[in-house]
Design a protein around this ligand. Structure first.
Ligand code: APR
Ligand code: PHB
Length: 399
């Protein structure tokens, strides 16, 4: 258990959750001289090991550089200037950087981001309270909100000016907003992703998104010796129905091209299944509670937007709180939700678009498949369509 200070009874901002949203916000606030406490349900080892996606937009990398937390990311992150779309056994490259004035993406696991942000936070002597149970939020519509939690078998109370709900899609912050004060928008997809981490060098230097009649597959990586791969699977599939041999067979079938290229097999280090879901809660604010990241919205991973949206929210919230503490000006805070939701809905659309174009829908017919293939061909042959995909993928500067 990691604890950097004794429990303060008061902090300017209480941040619930030590994921990318909460930790990035803590760093931005520190940068502005605003103190915060991060309250996290899990232990440090758990959050540092939790395997998630790994594509950082240019703007996300730029922010980490500005915050001085990018040393390892700059050393170990893999900068990619293109991605590949595959269909009908052929590969087509989308030249991201050429199409977006030189912008690029960086492949770097989310848990590596979390490790770096935690290490830098502790080095700044910033408190992170791991192992906090039964977190609950109180008096959110007053100017003196409080956070209750249990830790080491004792009850704690933290007084603050603001609460940042950064506790992901299963946290408590979202449900602290009365149902009459929020609206939710949701779509579930009739499939999941089975993801593996394999001890084998990537079979290609860039990410591949593959459309195949048996279902979607994705080739990505985590370093020169580690490949990250996904196959579309059934929504109710369990890991026991996916032994390694079946995973490799499907990966090879779906990712091979007609010119004989295929993926290299290696030892499976990790295997997990993720459901695909789109979700947005509006507004992203209630009284002095501000939601950021997965606490407010979820995207299917096909657009690689989840972590980037979480970081973008943290930036907007950090700047708005800075303006309040510096000048007593609440205008950016008042606009927080609408500012974030513009980017959120763009990412929701892009993620839905990529998901719809690339997956096999169990209830889909031949007509739908023809439409998918036509869209893929259009994106790969029209500079206008490719540019639209590329600018969304690397991340829009202004939304
Ligand atoms: N109390 C305290 N902490 C909590 C609670 C709770 N009741 N519930 C959840 N948490 C913690 C989780 O353990 C986790 O560490 O909140 C953190 C939320 O982090 P993330 O789930 O990573 O969410 P976020 O920071 O918004 O980042 C979004 O994560 O799931 C991916 O695809 C998603 O890439 C996106 C990113
Ligand atoms: C990953 O590398 O884990 C990854 C890449 C692209 C995606 C999703 C996940 O769209």
């Amino acid at each position: 258990m990691i604890q950097t200070r004794q429990s303060p009874a008061r902090s300017q901002v209480a941040i619930i959750g030590a994921g990318p949203a909460g930790l990035t916000l803590a760093h931005i606030l520190h940068h502005h001289g605003i103190d915060s406490v991060v309250i996290e349900r899990r232990d440090r080892a758990y959050v540092e090991r939790r395997l998630r996606a790994g594509v950082l937009e240019q703007g996300t990398v730029d922010l980490f550089r500005a915050l001085g937390v990018s040393a390892r990311l700059d050393r170990e992150g893999l900068v990619h200037h293109g991605i590949n779309l595959q269909f009908s056994g052929e590969r087509h490259r989308i030249a991201l950087s050429d199409l977006t004035g030189g912008r690029a993406i960086t492949i770097y696991g989310q848990h590596e981001v979390v490790k770096d942000l935690i290490a830098a936070r502790l080095a700044n002597d910033g408190p992170i309270w791991f192992d906090a149970d039964d977190v609950s939020l109180h008096d959110l519509t007053s100017d003196k909100p409080r956070v209750h939690f249990r830790r080491d078998g004792r009850a704690h109370e933290l007084h603050c000016d603001f609460v940042a709900g950064c506790d992901g899609s299963h946290g408590v912050s979202r449900s602290a907003v009365p149902t009459a004060e929020r609206r939710t928008f949701e779509r579930t997809y009739p499939f999941s992703w089975l993801g593996i981490l394999a001890a084998v060098p990537p079979s290609l230097g860039e990410v591949i998104y593959a459309h195949h009649e048996r279902g979607f597959a994705l080739h990505s990586m985590r370093g020169p010796q580690v490949t990250r791969l996904y196959v579309q699977c059934g929504p109710d599939d369990g890991l026991d129905s996916w032994p390694d041999e079946r995973v490799w067979l499907e990966l090879k079938t779906r990712l091979s091209t007609t010119d004989g290229w295929t993926v290299q097999e290696g030892a499976v280090i990790e295997k997990s299944i993720t459901a695909l879901r789109s979700f947005v809660m509006e507004p992203m604010q209630y009284g002095q509670l501000f939601l950021a990241g997965d606490a407010a919205h979820v995207v299917p991973p096909t657009g690689a937007k989840g972590m980037n949206l979480a970081v973008a929210d943290a930036r907007v919230l950090g700047d708005a709180l800075a303006q309040w503490y510096r000048a007593g000006d609440r205008s950016l805070l008042a606009e927080y939700s609408s500012t974030c939701l513009r980017r959120v809905w763009r990412a929701e659309h892009f993620s839905w678009f990529m998901t719809s174009m690339l997956h096999r829908f169990p209830d889909g017919d031949a007509f739908q498949q023809k439409l998918q293939l036509s869209q893929l061909r259009y994106v790969c042959t029209s500079t206008a369509a490719a540019t639209s995909l590329a600018e969304n993928y690397v991340g829009l500067e202004h939304v």
